[in-house]
Ligand binder design. Structure first.
Ligand code: ZN
Ligand code: ZN
Length: 136
């Protein structure tokens, strides 16, 4: 999918965005911060270089969930949209669940496996890492 272009947005439509090209990675995070922010048992993220993302309508409100980490969400309807952090400069995570066609971006690994809820069974063979994945 060399020229893949995907669009997404929040539930009410006030925030709309487009991402272009391949994501750096797509993965399921089981950490407690993502779980709480999204009120979901796990969160699927697609990571992009910031220039790959453009907002077509609105822009997310920002909540600093921990020092140096910003979660972007729709101020009107509350949908979680993005994640940026000082430790991943130049990169931005987009919630796969906010894409119009989330089925097009399949996660390729699990991270923060050490925090996975014991009742959450996902029938896949993907690699999983206890915390952040190793960086090449
Ligand atoms: Zn909204
Ligand atoms: Zn997380």
């Amino acid at each position: 999918m060399p020229d893949q272009q995907l669009e997404g947005g929040c539930q009410c439509g006030a925030v709309r965005y487009r991402v272009e090209g391949e994501p750096v990675m797509a993965a399921l995070c089981h950490c407690s911060m993502c779980r709480r922010a999204n009120a979901a048992p796990a969160v699927a993220w697609a990571m992009y270089a910031q220039p790959q993302l453009s907002f077509l309508a609105g822009s997310p409100a920002i909540y600093e969930s921990s020092p140096g980490a910003q979660r972007g969400f729709c101020a009107r309807c509350g949908t979680q949209i993005s994640f940026t952090a000082d430790y991943i400069p130049g990169l931005i995570d987009i919630t796969i669940g906010s894409l119009d066609q989330p089925e097009l971006l399949a996660p390729t690994f699990h991270y923060w496996e050490s925090k996975r809820l014991p009742w959450l069974h996902v029938a896949d063979q993907l690699p999983s890492y206890p915390e952040f994945p190793p960086t090449e």
